[in-house]
Design a protein around this ligand. Structure first.
Ligand code: FES
Length: 126
C-alpha cells in the first residue's frame, strides 16, 4: 500500500447544497467521491484517510497530502463536488514526485488555487 496519504476532513461543512441533499457533511461527501474515484482507478492509489477536523473549519473543505520524506500540501476551501478530479490527478502527481513537489505548471487548477499551506518534510529521525 502507498505511503502517500490523502487526509480528508469529514466534518467540514459549507454552503454547498449537493452534499446536504445527500444528507452528508460536505467533507464526508468529498471523501465518498474520492473513495469512489480511487476504487475505479487502475493506477497506484494514494491512501485515503478520514480525519475529524484539521482546525481550519472556516475554510471548508480541507484536505492534506502527506508522506514520509515528502512535502505536505494542505488545501482548503475546496468544492466537495468540483474538486474531485483535480485532487485525484494531483494524487498521481504526488505519488510520482520523489519529494512530493509536482511541477507547479503541471498541477491541476484546484491545487494551484486552493493551497492553504505547504510544510517541509519532517527532519530525519536519528
Ligand atoms: S471541521 Fe473540517 S477542518 Fe474543522
Amino acid at each position: 500500500m502507498s505511503q502517500e496519504t490523502l487526509l480528508v476532513c469529514i466534518l467540514c461543512r459549507s454552503s454547498q447544497t449537493e452534499a446536504r441533499q445527500a444528507g452528508l457533511s460536505e467533507g464526508q461527501f468529498l471523501f465518498n467521491q474520492l473513495q469512489d474515484g480511487l476504487e475505479t482507478s487502475s493506477e497506484a492509489c494514494i491512501r485515503l484517510q478520514p480525519v475529524r477536523c484539521m482546525g481550519a473549519c472556516d475554510r471548508a473543505c480541507v484536505v492534506a497530502f502527506t508522506a514520509p520524506n515528502k512535502l505536505t500540501f494542505i488545501l482548503s476551501q475546496l468544492s466537495p463536488s468540483n474538486s474531485v478530479s483535480d485532487l485525484l490527478e494531483f494524487s498521481r502527481q504526488y505519488i510520482t514526485a520523489s519529494d512530493g513537489k509536482a511541477p507547479y505548471k503541471d498541477r491541476p487548477a484546484t491545487v494551484k488555487q486552493n493551497i492553504h499551506a505547504v510544510l517541509p518534510p519532517l527532519p530525519n529521525q536519528p
